[in-house]
Design a protein around this ligand. Structure first.
Ligand code: FES
Ligand code: FE2
Length: 348
């Protein structure tokens, strides 16, 4: 049997700092959807790892991303989302265009050589897959398509056209658990039979039928709907199977069988013991409200069950009772894969 990562890695601030530097500093992060920057002159704020980011659509129509920190003395510039022509810092009112250029800085004309052209916002990167917007704190990262790997292809093969999806809602929460515990919980359905009775009625979660695979940084789980399952959820629809993808380091993507649907969002480390999680839900335009309501209620229930699990694991791990745990070779192979990638990234 394989051992898990050392349990000290789930609480140690030094490891947390190294994760930020080595893993998240240059990773693509799911940020939001194109509807948030559909209009010319719009923006929204997000983060890539711990780096605050603002995504903008200036008058020229181009989608851009910047580090959301004022070049003057470091105040976080934009907040939330909205429509406007410029971003003004609340501290001393330096004003930037949505193209990142510094437009005005009070009293700067009194400076002998004020290098206005050099004081625009620092470039970050932005990319899209269908309606999904990703950001990267790096100005020149690997292409987003390389990071996404075969996920877009696998989703298309299932028969889901992401370009035809409409944003429905965002769900947000904070969990009292290390981000890796939240990811690892996503990566196995060994617990589904025990902890998610409704999910286990909907999908065949048995070891024989529930398929696990990896491809580079992508880990995928596929579940067929259970024949004659006692669930109330209506499974007739275009999508014959569920697909649950995890893109290392921290992105989860869920597609349930039935009507066109997807939910996508990251598990963002806040502190060694705290994780921010959000999920953006999208549905096909003609999916009826009753179907959406049923899926949302079902998924809420799974979320409540998973919260109790990951917060419990964090308490157990943080207690110092054990040095590490063990992984089942077949059913927990995706956790093994996650831990290998994580270990390699943190190695000297
Ligand atoms: S910190 Fe932004 S204007 Fe001074
Ligand atoms: Fe779960």
């Amino acid at each position: 049997m394989e051992s898990t990562l050392p349990y000290s890695w789930y609480t140690d601030p030094e490891i947390f700092g190294r994760e930020q530097e080595r893993i998240f500093r240059s990773a693509w992060a799911y940020a939001g959807h194109l509807g948030q920057v559909a209009e010319l002159g719009s923006f929204f704020t997000t983060r890539a790892g711990q780096m605050p980011i603002v995504v903008t659509r200036a008058r020229d129509g181009e989608l851009r991303a910047f580090r959301n920190v004022c070049r003057h003395r470091g105040f976080p510039l934009a907040e939330g989302e909205g429509q406007r022509e410029t971003l003004q810092c609340p501290y001393h009112a330096w004003t930037y265009g949505l193209d990142g250029s510094l437009r005005a800085a009070p009293r700067s004309d009194e400076e002998p050589h004020f290098p206005k052209d050099e004081l625009g916002l620092c470039r970050a990167s932005v990319g899209t897959w269908g309606p999904f917007v990703f950001v990267n704190a790096d100005a020149d990262p690997e292409p987003l398509s390389d990071a996404l790997g075969s996920m877009p292809e696998q989703v298309a093969e299932l028969g889901l056209d992401v370009d035809k999806l409409c944003f429905y809602s965002r769900w947000e929460t904070e969990l009292e658990a290390n981000w890796k515990i939240v990811c690892e919980n996503f990566l196995e359905c060994y617990h589904c039979q025990v902890a998610h009775p409704q999910l286990a009625q909907l999908l065949d979660v048995s070891a024989e039928s529930y398929a696990l695979s990896t491809d580079g940084r992508l880990s995928s789980q596929r579940g067929a709907t259970r024949e004659g399952g006692g669930t109330r959820m209506h499974l007739d629809g275009e999508l014959p199977r569920g697909q649950f993808h995890f893109l290392w380091p921290n992105l989860g993507v869920n597609i349930f069988p039935g009507r066109p649907n997807i939910s996508i969002g990251p598990m963002v480390p806040l502190t060694p013991g705290r994780t921010y999680r959000f999920l953006d839900y999208f549905f096909g335009v003609d999916v009826d409200q009753a179907w959406i309501d049923e899926l949302m209620a079902f998924d809420d229930q799974v979320g409540v069950e998973d919260r109790a699990l990951v917060e419990g694991v964090h308490r157990g791990i943080a207690s110092g009772a054990l040095e590490h745990g063990v992984l089942l070779t077949h059913s927990e192979q995706l956790i093994g894969h996650f831990q290998q990638l994580t270990r390699a990234a943190l190695a000297d």
